[in-house]
Design a protein around this ligand. Structure first.
Ligand code: ASP
Length: 603
């Protein structure tokens, strides 16, 4: 990405100088990357956003040489000089500017710099803590600069597609009311309305729906969202989502738009051609085959096998107990897994235990069709044959068995699929997109851990998601089976985004609230504005939100979400650069009616 215009203090971006500029007098500016001072002549590598260029100072310009002796790493300087081609043999093919150098006639120091906390280069061995504390230096490193450019290229591609499809970019409030997306709210107590508090939006969900009621028809926003959750490697308390909503369309409109959008982002940033339409799986199928609602389809095969029928009358103690309690036995065959050492199997058992499993049984299929396994003496021949047939394993393959409560066993084996694929290098190259559709409306609170209302059920997506037409009139009768008009887009095992067709009928919305245990009074208090909006002519509508940070992580091949955000927070929600969150003056707190609990004493 070129830097044009360069700003009035320079004539060119140094990193963009080439042999065609030879003999031109140029003025460039940037940071001193490295300095090689040979006394009579000094070489400075000057870095700006566009790259690095070599500056030479020699006794012909004694002022420039004197300045070159004085400057240090990361000082900001402005250089005027002549571009000259480097002699043959002195060229550097690894540098865009490697054919030329700038012979300085003047070097002006614009800003001195303290000794950098770490070298500005990609291969550094310093803690992330130090990098985040001095993020302004960290972001000068080439890799970090590339990620910032990639992110900007991605959002600009997004805007082009949204514009071309007639979407309006509308901003929604940051100081607002709770929007339930299954996390805790960040609260901002009000000074002007003592005793009351704003919430930061977990998403613009309700505003975008009201924009549909308002007749905007097609809305998008690259929106900051806030969720107070326990953080993991791919989560941040504030993150960016591409938020989309459209009226008078259905699931196919949203899916078609998102496929066009992602294909164009991948093409414009990486030059990669993404095949659309993406494969679609139902939620039930994804769970059954891959033990995950975000399956990594780069992994060829490695599908789960369900063995409840095979072991229906088993004498294998653990399986019998689990099946008797309504649980299930799920297996996974690993091609050629028989080459694993005993120790490798033991490590997998430990891995499963760390995930809360009681253990992980395993076996290896022998040439003669028997199973070498600590469990095989308890299995009947018919069971062994059933296991081999259901898993599709052949001689030399390993088979793993996960047993436990239904969801637990399935999730465990889904995670094992990813774990084994990574360990055994079975993850294919490139990007594997898919849609997961027909998710259930509700799931037991105990599986999700967050309730929206007071019943044992909670929405899988959010409470504004429409049931599929066949469930609209009767989702209350079989809440565990009712399907929703929701869809998730997945890439390489990451959920890139999710959305749904919404409830646009006020009565259906009220029934969903009631079913979730939100009383009419409570619904009025929390969502009265939505219900009122729905009563004023709501068009059928639906939408989706895509995680921009996650998209950039995939594009940049980053494994850490902090690497794709300019100023991220740590796992404990701290900004090391600014030292936020911070204590406040008692008076400032008193103004908003707050007294903070004392800091816990660390031992
Ligand atoms: N508001 C939803 C979310 O943030 C996305 C959507 O339903 O459009 O997950």
């Amino acid at each position: 990405m070129s830097i044009t215009p360069h700003g009035s203090m320079r004539s060119h971006a140094g990193g963009e100088l080439r042999a065609e500029h030879a003999d031109e007098t140029v003025t460039i500016a940037g940071w001193v990357d490295t300095r090689r001072d040979h006394g009579g002549v000094a070489f400075l590598d000057l870095r700006d956003r566009s790259g690095i260029v070599q500056v030479v100072a020699d006794p012909e310009s004694s002022d420039a040489l004197e300045a070159a002796h004085r400057v240090r790493s990361e000082w900001v300087i402005r250089v005027t000089g002549t571009v000259r081609t480097r002699p043959e043999g002195m060229r550097n093919p690894n540098l865009g500017t490697g054919d030329i150098e700038v012979a300085a006639t003047s070097i002006e120091v614009l800003s001195e710099a303290a000794t950098p906390p770490f070298p500005v280069e990609d291969r550094i061995e310093v803690s992330e803590e130090l990098r985040l504390t001095h993020r302004y230096v960290d972001l000068r490193r080439p890799r970090m600069g590339e990620i910032l450019k990639l992110r900007s290229a991605a959002t600009s591609a997004i805007r082009r597609v949204m514009d071309a499809n007639g979407f309006l970019d509308v901003e929604t409030p940051i100081l607002t009311r709770a929007t339930p997306e299954g996390a805790r709210d960040f609260l901002v107590p009000s000074r002007l309305q003592p005793g009351e508090s704003y919430a930061l939006p977990q998403s613009p969900q309700l505003f975008k729906q009201l924009l549909m009621v308002a007749g905007v028809e097609r809305y998008y926003q690259i929106a900051r969202c806030f969720r107070d959750e326990n953080l993991r490697a791919d989560r941040q308390p504030e993150f960016t989502q591409l938020d989309i909503e459209l009226s008078f369309g259905d699931q196919e409109d949203v899916i078609g738009l998102v496929e066009e959008l992602l294909a164009s982002v991948w093409r414009e940033t990486l030059g990669v051609q993404v095949e659309a339409p993406f494969p679609r799986l139902t939620y039930a199928e994804a769970m059954e085959r891959f033990g995950s609602d975000k399956p990594d389809l780069r992994i060829d095969g490695l599908e789960l096998a369900h063995l409840d029928e095979v072991f229906a009358d088993t004498e294998v103690g653990v399986f019998k107990g689990v099946l008797g309690d309504g649980g299930s036995v799920v297996a996974l065959a690993l091609p050629s897994g028989g080459d694993m050492t005993r120790r490798a199997f033991d490590e997998l058992v430990e891995w499963a235990k760390r995930r809360g499993a009681k253990g992980l049984a395993w076996g290896v299929v022998e040439e003669d069709g028997t199973l070498r396994s600590p469990l095989s003496k308890f299995m009947s021949e018919a069971e062994i044959a059933g296991v081999i047939a259901t898993t599709g394993a052949s001689a030399g393959d390993a088979i793993f068995f996960g047993a436990g409560p239904r969801t637990f066993a399935r999730d465990l084996m889904g995670a094992l699929r990813n774990h084994l694929a990574a360990e055994r290098d079975l993850i294919g190259e490139g990007f594997a997109f898919c849609w997961v559709v027909d998710a259930p409306m509700f799931e037991p609170v105990e599986d999700r851990g967050e309730a929206v209302g007071s019943t044992a059920w909670t929405p899988v997506h959010h409470p504004f998601t429409a049931p599929t037409p066949e469930w609209i009139d009767r989702f209350e009768e079989a809440p565990g089976e009712a399907l929703s008009n929701a869809y998730d887009v997945v890439c390489n095992g990451y959920e890139l985004g999710g959305g749904s067709i919404r409830i646009h009928d006020r009565e259906v919305q009220e029934r969903v609230f009631r079913f979730l245990g939100i009383s009419d009074e409570d619904a009025q208090e929390r969502f009265g504005f939505l219900l009122r909006g729905l009563a004023h002519g709501a068009p059928p509508h639906g939408g989706i939100a895509l995680g921009v940070d996650r998209i950039v992580m995939l594009l940049a091949d980053a494994t850490n979400i902090r690497d794709v955000i300019a100023f991220p927070k740590t796992q404990s929600g701290a900004c090391l650069l600014t030292d936020a969150p911070a204590g406040y003056e008692p008076q400032a707190l008193a103004d908003v009616g707050l007294r903070l609990a004392p800091k816990p004493v660390k031992d």
